[in-house]
Every structure is written in C-alpha cells, then in structure tokens.
Design a binder for this molecule. Sequence first.
Ligand SMILES: [Zn+2]
Length: 246
Amino acid sequence: MTVDFFKQKYGHEVAGLWMPRVTAITSFVSKNNVFWGKSGTDWGTLVHKAVAKLLQGESNMQEPRILPSLNAFLEWQRAVAFEVLNPKEDVERLVVDEEHMYAGTIDVAGMVHGVFGLVDLKTSSGMREEYALQTAAYVNAYNKSAQRTKLCKTRWILRIDQYAKCQGCFAKQRERDESGRVLEGNPLCNHVWGPQQGQVEFKELENHEHDLQAFLSAKEVWEWYNRDWLGKITNYPRKTTQKILL
Ligand SMILES: [Zn+2]
C-alpha cells in the first residue's frame, strides 16, 4: 500500500487538509472489522444512490432489481411524514468536524414527524453497534458546519431489507445474496418463492453525547493503530483551530 492509496481509502481531502473518514474509524471498532470503502456498485450503493435521486426529485429510470426496496422507502416516507427541507444541501453531503479532524458523507437530514434530524440508510441484514458511533459523529459534524439554520436534534437508522419469502415455510432469500443462501424456514421444505419484497426497520438512537465520546476515543485508537501511515501524511494536523470553509 502506498500513502496515496491509504489517504484515498481511509479519508477525505477537504480544503487542502486530509482527514479520516467516519466509516474508516467505525468499521475499525466493529466486530466484523471490514471496511469496504466506496468501491464498486454493490447492493448498498445501488439503494443509496436511488434513494438520493428520489429525494433530489430525480425520478428517472431505476434499477428494476431494487424497486421493492424503493417502494418500502416510499411507504416509510409517507408513514412518518419524512420531508427534506433542502435537498441540495442535505442529501449525500460531506460534513466535517474541523476541531476533531474527521469527515464523512451523510445520507440525509430531514424532518420526521416534525423533528429535524439525521437519517442514516442501511441495507445490512441487521442493526449493528457501530451505527451509534457513526451517526453520532455525523450529527456532531453536521451541527458544527457553518451557516446551519437547523440543527439535528436526533438521529435515526433506516434499514431497508429486501428478500423473497417461501410461501410454504416463510424462509427468506435475499436478492443481493449471490450465494443463494436461504435463511430461517424449514430446511426440508421444497421452497416456493414469492415475489421480492422490501421491508424497513426504523430506529431512533439515544445517548448522542455518550456515543460521540466513544467515537472520538475510537478515533484515538485508530490513529494509534495507523500511526506509521499517519506520520507520513503531511497535511493531517490531527486537531486544528482553523476554520475550514467548504
Ligand atoms: Zn419453504
């Protein structure tokens, strides 16, 4: 690995400075400890891009494979009266904490039942502990960004899953899972698969301050672990008092 590769894989360049990406740090502390970065057009990327397009008012052709997920999203949007006040500013936006020197890209900030907050979209098969750290870091960076007329009061995880169900035993098979793995149900059943369906799980996360402190501690450990690499990055001051204009 070269320094340039490390910088690209684990961070953002913002106004001439390099800073680590939120997800580089949170995946470091996750039990899976897998960091996929932003590579390829995997399932998660497809769904994220499609939802971002929807929220920005672009309703052009979507990948047919993910339509059940998008329909589940739209149903959720209606159910919680989700509204994005400023689609240009608040969808897939880079946010930066220039005091603690980290950066990340939020999915969306908007109103849920009249409360303004951050919504982080997930396409994983379950909720993960590190989402609490990730979203705390995002909310903190979002609220610190200049010229905010609205501050995020809370954060939510919106997990969108998509699978076909067996009509006999209710086993599940995920479209995204190329191995064809079958979950739950009766292993002796001669499955009859119904259509792909989308399903959402929506959860508010509490204890923002506590989670933010944990994220900042995780960042310190991540920095220690990567100290040799970081020592070679000349435009990473770690902490700064300078105001960065995005
Ligand atoms: Zn079955």
